[in-house]
Design a protein around this ligand. Structure first.
Ligand code: ZN
Length: 190
């Protein structure tokens, strides 16, 4: 509760905007490519996020950051920070989808998502027991908002990789298991 209030105050004071401005001076930023926009739109919806405000940051200060953290992508507010090379670099559209969920979380609940995502990394982690797990959880009444902030990103990423990329048929059990949660996501109920 206290944590939420602190982040709320930081948001009201425009701290994310200021930090983002500084970070952009120390990195190399660019807008989303057509492919990235399309991938994010297919999962989250074409108007879900303020995509025009999203920037991908690479290089410069981030080279040091990624050396320290082992190339893990970091999304801060509207900026998706990616290593310039390797598995977590820009060409991996599924990763961009995952990180875009964090941008969406920021738009919907404010910068407290950072706290919640860090807590998720330390506790529940990213796993949700696959599509079978999704099927069972939905049967028990779970909503997308019942997952932690990293599982939410992972579900969107896996939906892109395992359902959309192979274009599974509409009646495949995998697609049916993901669908209600993707519908929640697209409705912005995070
Ligand atoms: Zn994440």
């Amino acid at each position: 509760m206290l944590v939420k209030s602190v982040f709320k105050a930081l948001d009201l004071l425009q701290v994310p905007r200021i930090l983002e401005f500084i970070l952009h001076l120390l990195t190399r930023v660019s807008r989303l490519t057509a492919d990235e926009l399309e991938a994010a739109g297919l999962v989250l919806g074409p108007d879900a996020v303020r995509y025009s405000a999203v920037r991908i940051a690479e290089g410069r200060l981030l080279r040091l950051v990624f050396k320290i953290n082992g190339d893990r992508a970091i999304t801060l507010f509207h900026t998706i920070n990616l290593p310039a090379k390797g598995h977590h670099s820009r060409g991996n559209l599924d990763l961009v989808v995952h990180e875009m969920v964090h941008v969406y979380q920021f738009e919907k609940i404010g910068s407290v998502y950072i706290w919640e995502a860090l807590r998720a990394q330390k506790t529940g982690g990213y796993r949700y027991e696959g599509w079978e797990g999704l099927e069972e959880k939905r049967r028990n009444g779970q909503l997308f908002s019942g997952f932690n902030r990293e599982q939410q990103g992972q579900i969107a990423q896996d939906y892109y990789d395992d359902v959309l990329t192979p274009d599974l048929p509409a009646d495949s059990p995998q697609r049916l298991a993901f669908q209600p949660f993707i519908d929640d996501l697209r409705a912005g109920v995070l």
